[in-house]
Design a protein around this ligand. Structure first.
Ligand code: PEP
Length: 249
């Protein structure tokens, strides 16, 4: 079975009640490629509003989740709380959390495990900094990030994971990876899945690209064999998101 194309929209810490209503209503009424899975990720405060307003074809993701079930963890949100409001996806390991909030590989891996065991889908973000790319460490870095999660999941649990390859130097910078750069890393991730997890995980896991994806560059990126979709930041707040969802039409 071919991998279903997947487009995620990460609103980051942007939006208000009014603007999020308008984005979701726009998506509800847009003609979206029915063969693409679309999941939007507003700030936590707007998750209930988004889930209530979005039609059933649109998935909704938290931007983060904690690795403990409940208790004295001020400011955190649990897997069960997300499920309680019918939010079935979460991002984990976004580079802004890795770099700005200093989340490490092991903590991120525990969060992926908690989310997967609770039945959520996980958009697991990985990627190298500019310094790491320039030192030819891209594959080493993404392999390290993947290995941390591999320690926590069973082979079967990878079915709940979408891997988002997001080079840190391309996020929010307007500097998109070339189609060759994206394909090269995606192919390496697929090879890793084959060797470290299973042939099935390698064939079935969606590997999506993120980093300055726009309505202008999405079509060429979408043609690459191992690019199964996108994680979109800035452009997910704009009408251009519809064109990105429809990049294969
Ligand atoms: C992101 O936040 O995951 C992202 C890819 O951002 P942008 O599209 O703005 O680069």
């Amino acid at each position: 079975m071919p991998r279903q194309f997947f487009v995620g929209g990460n609103f980051k810490m942007n939006g208000s009640t009014e603007s999020i209503k308008s984005i979701v209503n726009n998506l509800n009424s847009a003609k979206l490629d029915a063969s693409t899975e679309v999941v939007i990720s507003p700030p936590a405060l707007y998750l209930p509003l988004t889930r209530e307003l979005a039609n059933e074809k649109l998935g909704v993701a938290a931007q983060n989740v904690f690795d403990k079930p409940n208790g004295a963890f001020t400011g955190e949100i649990s897997v069960d709380q997300l499920k309680d409001i019918n939010v079935n996806w979460t991002l984990v390991g976004h580079s802004e959390r890795r770099v700005i909030l200093k989340e490490g590989d092991e903590f991120i891996a525990r969060k992926v495990k908690a989310a997967v065991e609770g039945g959520l889908g996980v958009i697991f973000c990985i990627g190298e900094t500019l310094e790491e790319r320039e030192a030819n460490k891209t594959i080493e870095v993404v392999t390290r990030q993947l290995n941390a999660v591999a320690k926590e999941l069973t082979k079967e649990q990878w079915a709940q994971v979408v891997i988002a390859y997001e080079p840190v130097w391309a996020i929010g910078t307007g500097k998109v990876a070339t189609t060759e750069q994206a394909q090269e890393v995606h192919a390496a991730i697929r090879k890793w899945l084959h060797e470290a997890i299973s042939a099935q995980a390698s064939a079935n896991t969606r590997i999506i690209y993120g980093g300055s994806v726009s309505e202008k560059n999405c079509r060429d990126l979408a043609k690459e064999a191992d690019v199964d979709g996108f994680l979109v930041g800035g452009a997910s707040l704009k009408p251009a998101f519809v064109d990105i969802v429809n990049s294969r039409l």
